[in-house]
Design a protein around this ligand. Structure first.
Ligand code: BTN
Length: 234
């Protein structure tokens, strides 16, 4: 694994996407980002003390896009388990791919595809104590545990955890992995609001299904929502 370390970058994901000679498992880390990106075009506030990194996974032509649609979920549970090996706190997985701690956002994941690579970008509030802008409802490891963490060590644990989970996924263990994801499902039995196109749909979050969709109980019955299609507010 090649590690590219920077004091400052616009965005680790943007850097890796544009890198010409990238190889699988290349890892780009920045101490701060000036233009960190979140999903749906949101800005990801990237202060010092946060873990800000992206790594590259090479597309396997034998896997279908349908199989790759579970990748964000596999990254999510691997991130949660990786964090647990750093400090054992009560993390939750918020579908589609955020990690929550004490009802606040600890970490977000952005999976993008460029040519035959998936670029997996992860932002984690580790030692930072201020949460600004859209991140104002954030929390960090330090805020909850009171301890400081060595950021590179945390990142390496997460990459190791992802490698382990991805190999399990490739070996056909999706059912078992999904079971672990559902045990940490933050949206289970919570009232949620889904902004879907022009509509707002209210319901109660239920299981994450085998196809990666979220089941939601609405007044019109049980509905399934597709990864990436919707926006959930609590
Ligand atoms: C989200 O919750 O919307 C996803 C946030 C992903 C942020 C990370 S920080 C490292 C990498 N570089 C970026 O510009 N974004 C991701």
């Amino acid at each position: 694994m090649r590690i590219f370390n920077f004091d400052e970058l616009e965005s680790t994901s943007e850097y890796l996407k544009n890198k010409k000679d990238k190889k699988e498992w290349d890892l780009v880390i920045a101490k701060i980002q000036t233009s960190g990106r979140g999903r749906r075009g949101n800005l990801w506030v990237s202060p010092p003390g946060a873990g800000l990194f992206s790594f590259a996974l090479k597309e396997d032509p034998n896997l279908s896009m349908e199989e790759y649609s579970k990748l964000p979920l596999v990254v999510g549970i691997a991130l949660l388990e990786g964090l647990k090996s750093v400090v054992g706190l009560d993390y939750k997985f918020k579908w589609t791919n955020d990690i929550y701690l004490q009802d606040r956002k600890l970490s977000g994941i952005l999976v993008e595809k460029v040519e035959d690579f998936f670029i997996i970008g992860i932002g984690i509030n580790i030692n930072n104590l201020e949460f600004l802008g859209r991140s104002k409802n954030g929390v960090s490891l330090k805020k909850v545990s009171g301890d400081e963490y060595e950021i590179l060590g945390v990142i390496k644990k997460i990459i190791n955890s992802f490698e382990k989970y991805w190999n399990r996924y490739l070996r056909g263990e999706w059912n078992e992995i999904l079971c672990e994801i559902n045990q940490k499902n933050y949206l289970l039995n919570r009232e949620i609001e889904i902004n879907f196109l022009e509509d707002k749909i209210f319901g109660i979050g239920k299981r994450i299904l085998k196809n990666g969709k979220l089941e939601v109980e609405t007044v019109d019955g049980i509905k399934e929502f597709m990864v990436g299609e919707i926006h959930i507010k609590l």
